[in-house]
Design a protein around this ligand. Sequence first.
Ligand code: HEC
Length: 296
Amino acid sequence: MRKIIAALALVLFASLARAETFEERAAPCLGCHGEHGQSEAENTPSLGAQQPAYALIQLFMFREKLRTFEPMNDITKSFTDDDLQKFADFIAKLPKPPCLSGTRDPLASHLIWKVPDNGGSDIVNYQIFRGLTSGSEQLIGQTGGPKPSFDDTTTDPSVAHYFYYVKAINAIGTSTQSNEIDLVVAPLPPVESICTAPGITKLTDPAGDTSIVLGLVNTPAPPGADLKSFQLAQPFEVDGIPKLVFTINTWDNGQSPQPPGSSWYVAIKIPDPPPASTFHYKAVHMTWKAGSTTPI
Ligand code: HEC
């Protein structure tokens, strides 16, 4: 095997000697180190995303035979210092690997990643790799553009684990692979229906923004007063009388039963018929009465 590599290196070296442009000079490197800076061969390191200072030192050591690997020693022996620098800079222009994260539901895997340093040349595409075990990823798709996300809709929900990594591509070449992620199926949230309580979520509200926090009042809001979400349902009624069910969710459970006299308001903002651009409100006022478990 070494012999074959050495012979190959001689052929490549011969072509390197008469190559004119830098791209032509770099082509043999990529022949061994991978078409786009990403090595396909065992024992041949990937060059994409290597630090230029590190690459420069390695190339220098190969030239000086301080590091021995015959084909690399051969190819670098006629390099000037300027050549070493040029090749190290070329290596640095390959994009860095993206930082990948993702989620998975029964329908798809949703991949998203941080845009990596592009080495000075715009990223034009990302490749997506997937495998059933760690390290067995194969190319399954590409974004076809610089968008840093990808939905893999070819997943099978009965497969417990899918492993992914992505690579960035710019005009110079391809990055080394991103971190690998292992995605397991998370169930979809239940589908909400207006016909079944608690019904449709009409609004959500962040934690920690009660009226005292906002400086509107100076008494702390009682437990169970910090709104989390509000849901509305109109369940089927056998008596034919339409009823609305309001569900008010708070960030803590408060106390049960609530102190008598505690009240809730739900105001509904209704647009007036066009062309008017005004609104009117309908409001419901619910107050907890002593001895009762539901407000009326
Ligand atoms: C015949 C195949 C071959 C060719 C052609 C080749 N390399 Fe290499 N290169 C290797 C192998 C194999 C190694 C690892 C050697 C070792 O194990 O020490 C290597 C190591 C390197 C390293 C050190 C990487 C590291 O992670 O330590 C750099 C940098 C490098 N090559 C750059 C180049 C450049 C630039 C060119 C073109 C001028 C080139 N190589 C041409 C096979 C090749």
